[in-house]
Unconditional design. Structure first.
Lengths: 331, 285
């Protein structure tokens, strides 16, 4: 196994890189922390940034798999199962969302296990195509299982996030936009911390080794399939959690929406544009591109404003294959 | 009843063959997975619809226009694809995914999200042969796909150019060593692919409702058939198309129409799980 000393030389060779990382992280953290104070009067801006943070968490979760070199075009499967799992558990069983959201994450992990069994022996392009096709299966099943999921009509009246009480002090996540903003913010921060930990651990090194040269990685004793499966499962779990949060924040879901191409494409686009090989890149891309889309392109072009994502993806693949955050750090 | 299902399955399969041919050819020669294939198809359908509706063109005359539109776009796309670095297959997927989003949103902008259909009454009329019913539309699809396959067969197996194309499909480096201009073959493959898309697109507009996001399903069909057939096998493509068409029409009758969308995905996953390089294709790498 790779020793932790090599982690140090591999990760911390350039001091400047670390400084850029920390400065960026701190500045972004401050901006996001004080955002509700700055835009107090404007609920719309806060809502857009809540959504942007949720998409950032999706991109971070996607990149847990992406770092191993696999490109998934089917993360909507995990997102949708998370959203439906949590929404149905709280609607039918009356459970609290605090309980159903982690359970929905486990549902998504189960689906991840299925994807792993079918797709993990595939590499590169064929893995991507298999994940693209895989989404259709939970989507069609959800759309047809009328008795359980109410079919293609979707679910309405999903309970919002409940109020958190501690003695006299309470936070109402259901109706306060600021509170739900901070909740998603904290969730993204936790996920970012976890991604950082994973990337810098032995597992992260192993995944990067697999990405660079799988046969060589196997030759030095890395269990390639075990590591690829665990990164897929982690990625699925957190995508499911994000999907569940989405269901309770938006409070309306339907199969075409949560299993749609949109939620497969968005995390992939953010992760690739930001930089698949970086920790922060995917989150930064989400926090930049989504507000640009919503504040600039949506008012200009109500129909077809998402062409921005297509254009950005094309430009990234052609001119900056490692993403802009990677480019910034290695300029 | 079973013969009717069989006939509609074969005609659907013939249509899928038309959809998949362009994709398979482009993939075979250039190793680019063009995920924007379905979107190009829908775009061809929209351009035919526009001519037919706004300018009252006869339906048959919309084909040259659709072919021209797709040809121009494909030549542009080929320039983009040729700039990709290794690994080409994976990068082409990401690139064409971006192109698909771009085309989808442009269509949403130009044609709105409303459902459109090119209504050609004669295609839905038909006649009854003892035992089953055939519509002219089904006959058209069946014979058109056979004719186009025949033309492609002659091109690929009876001409010098076809030999060069097949050599490029088999081994790019060896073909280049033998003096074949591999880059020109790539451009040629995109051109032939564009013509095939331009032919299939208007027909798509007659059979399916056109709306901007419908192309995804056609892309999945094209991928499934191409992987099923293996690279560069015309016979495999028609077999794969018919099997998929039959599987879909039997699914519609046995399980209900809403399960149809899953058939090609299940077929593709089964294929990839057991034979990642195609049923008829030999193992590569």
């Amino acid at each position: 196994m790779i020793q932790s000393t090599s982690t140090k030389t591999f990760q911390y060779d350039a001091k400047r890189r670390v400084t850029v990382d920390r400065a960026g992280l701190f500045l972004g953290f401050l901006l996001l922390l004080t955002l509700p104070l700055m835009v107090q009067s404007n609920g719309y801006i806060l809502q857009v940034f809540t959504h942007a943070l949720l998409l950032a968490s999706l991109a971070l979760a996607w990149n847990l798999l992406g770092v191993s070199g696999s490109i998934s075009l089917g993360h909507a499967a995990f997102f949708g199962v998370g959203a439906y799992g949590s929404a149905l558990l709280s609607l039918e069983q009356g459970l609290s969302p605090w309980l159903t959201i982690p359970i929905a994450g486990l549902f998504a992990t189960g689906l991840g296990l299925m994807v792993g069994l079918i797709c993990l022996r595939l590499r590169g392009a064929y893995f991507a195509l298999a994940t693209l096709a895989f989404v259709e299966i939970p989507r069609v099943i959800t759309g047809n299982w009328d008795a359980l999921t109410r079919g293609s009509l979707g679910l309405v009246g999903i309970s919002g996030l409940p109020t958190l009480r501690m003695g006299d002090w309470h936070v109402d996540f259901g109706s306060s936009i600021t509170a739900s903003y901070y909740l998603v913010f904290v969730y993204s921060l936790v996920l970012l911390g976890l991604v950082t930990f994973v990337f810098r651990s032995n597992m992260g090194l192993a995944l990067q080794a697999i990405r660079e040269e799988e046969i060589a990685a196997e030759a030095v004793g890395i269990h390639v399939n075990r590591y690829r499966l665990s990164s897929l499962l982690m990625s699925a779990f957190f995508t499911g959690i994000s999907g569940a949060c989405y269901a309770h924040l938006v409070r309306y879901i339907e199969p075409g929406l949560v299993y749609g191409l949109h939620f497969s494409a968005i995390p992939m686009i953010f992760a690739i544009c930001g930089g698949r090989f970086t920790i922060l890149g995917p989150a930064v891309a989400a926090l930049v591109l989504y507000p640009v889309d919503q504040f600039i392109f949506h008012p200009l072009l109500p129909a077809g404003h998402e062409f921005l994502y297509g254009a950005v993806l094309i430009l990234t693949v052609l001119f900056m294959p490692n993403g802009f955050w990677w480019r910034l750090r290695n300029a | 009843m079973w013969t009717t299902i069989f006939v509609s399955g074969i005609s659907l399969g013939s249509f899928y063959v038309l959809i998949a041919l362009g994709f398979a050819l482009i993939f075979g020669v250039t190793r680019n997975f063009n995920l924007a294939h379905g979107e190009l198809l829908v775009l061809a359908g929209y351009s035919a619809y526009w001519l037919w509706k706004a300018w009252a063109f006869p339906f048959v005359l919309t084909f040259p226009f659709a072919i021209l539109v797709i040809l121009l776009i494909c030549l542009g796309l080929q320039r983009l694809f040729s700039r990709l670095r290794d690994p080409i297959e994976l990068n082409s997927i990401v690139l064409s995914f971006g192109i698909a989003i771009l085309i989808q949103n442009s269509m949403l902008f130009c044609f709105s999200g409303n459902y459109r259909l090119i209504r050609i009454p004669i295609l839905s009329q038909g006649f009854r042969i003892p035992g089953f019913y055939v519509s002219y539309g089904q006959l058209t699809l069946f014979f058109l796909s056979l004719i186009i396959l025949g033309i492609l067969y002659v091109l690929m197996y009876r001409t010098y150019l076809g030999k060069a194309l097949r050599a490029t499909i088999q081994d790019k480096e060896a073909a280049a060593l033998a003096g074949i201009n591999v880059a020109a073959m790539g451009t040629l493959a995109f051109c032939i692919g564009a013509v095939l898309i331009g032919l299939a697109g208007p027909l798509y507009g007659c059979i399916h409702y056109l709306y901007p996001s419908t192309g995804h399903e056609a892309t999945l069909v094209a991928i499934t058939i191409t992987i099923f057939a293996g690279v560069g096998r015309l016979g495999g493509i028609i077999l794969a198309g018919w099997i998929l068409g039959l599987a879909e029409s039997f699914t519609v009758v046995l399980c209900g129409a809403s399960w149809r969308e899953m058939v090609s995905a299940v077929l593709l996953l089964t294929l990839l799980a057991f034979r990642p390089h195609g049923i008829l294709g030999k193992g590569e790498e």
